[in-house]
Design a protein around this ligand. Structure first.
Ligand SMILES: Nc1ncnc2c1ncn2[C@@H]1O[C@H](COP(=O)(O)OP(=O)(O)OP(=O)(O)O)[C@@H](O)[C@H]1O
Ligand SMILES: [Mg+2]
Length: 250
């Protein structure tokens, strides 16, 4: 079964003043792939994810999302159907109920009026309840989001993404703030849901163990360059040791 190329990076570079964050990276990702981005702190993982999300302008090179230049996408509905972002901080609105946060996944599709109206009477409640059931929070739609635990809040963020239903999910250290048991739980759920819907996931992780356990491909970055880009089963311990070595040989 051949799948389409959903993300293509052609020699993309990003500098911050004199600091090179991404140095002429090229890769392509097919629909349905589960890609872990690993590498030491400062390697460029966040910059790369933010570039794909259109949040960071590039100095040179080109990013194609589903064969169209990223710059062709207007912010809003069309883009929200392509790309969804999940952050470490979840971006949830604490004082609102869980279900309202989940329905925020519809914001770009609905426009402001319907989104505001949904604050009074939750619209399309069923889709949100289904998503919450899916992440194991079916009994908590009307709890105040801020009162939930970190792991539960991350699940609310996942339910919101399910309602948004983008083709590509970008996640920057999605489990960094969770304890190991919850992190495992959240990653297992996220990768399962994404695979079922044939969505594409690109997630940065500090844990090589999780990258190996849940992802089909690992792209490692070192000093803004791709150090290796391999199917998970080909990633050896030797390569990992080299990746995280502190001293550079150049
Ligand atoms: N807004 C910015 N201004 C200046 N330099 C930046 C900015 N954002 C990132 N950098 C630099 O670009 C490089 C790559 O940073 P990036 O945040 O992408 O790394 P990372 O791999 O996500 O690291 P971490 O694992 O710590 O999150 C770093 O040297 C960083 O200092
Ligand atoms: Mg980062």
């Amino acid at each position: 079964m051949s799948s389409k190329t959903i993300i293509e990076a052609k020699k993309i570079s990003k500098h911050f003043e004199r600091k090179i964050a991404l140095s002429s990276l090229s890769f392509s990702i097919k629909q349905g792939e589960l890609v872990a981005l690993i590498g030491s702190s400062g390697a460029g993982k966040t910059t790369l994810l933010n570039s794909i999300a259109g949040l960071v302008p590039l100095q040179s090179g080109e990013l194609l999302i589903d064969s169209l230049p990223l710059s062709d996408y207007k912010r809003g509905k069309m883009f929200a159907k392509k790309i969804g972002v999940i952050r470490q901080q979840f971006d949830l609105i604490g004082p609102l109920s869980v279900i309202h946060n989940v329905l925020a996944g519809k914001l770009s599709e609905w426009g402001l009026f319907k989104s505001l109206f949904s604050l009074l009477i939750p619209q399309e409640k069923e889709s949100a309840i289904t998503a919450l059931e899916r992440v194991g929070l079916g009994d908590k739609p009307y709890e105040i989001t801020a009162t939930l635990s970190g792991g539960e809040q991350q699940r609310v963020a996942m339910a919101r993404l399910m309602v948004q239903n983008p083709e590509i999910i970008l996640a920057d250290e999605p489990v960094a703030s969770l304890d190991p048991a919850r992190a495992d739980d959240v990653l297992s759920m996220l990768t399962k849901i994404v695979s079922e819907k044939n969505q594409t996931l690109v997630a940065s992780l500090h844990s090589v163990e999780y990258a190996r356990k849940y992802f089909t491909r690992i792209i490692s970055l070192k000093n803004g360059e791709i150090f290796f880009d391999l199917p998970t089963e080909k990633v050896s311990d030797e390569l990992l040791t080299e990746l995280y070595q502190l001293k550079e040989n150049d």
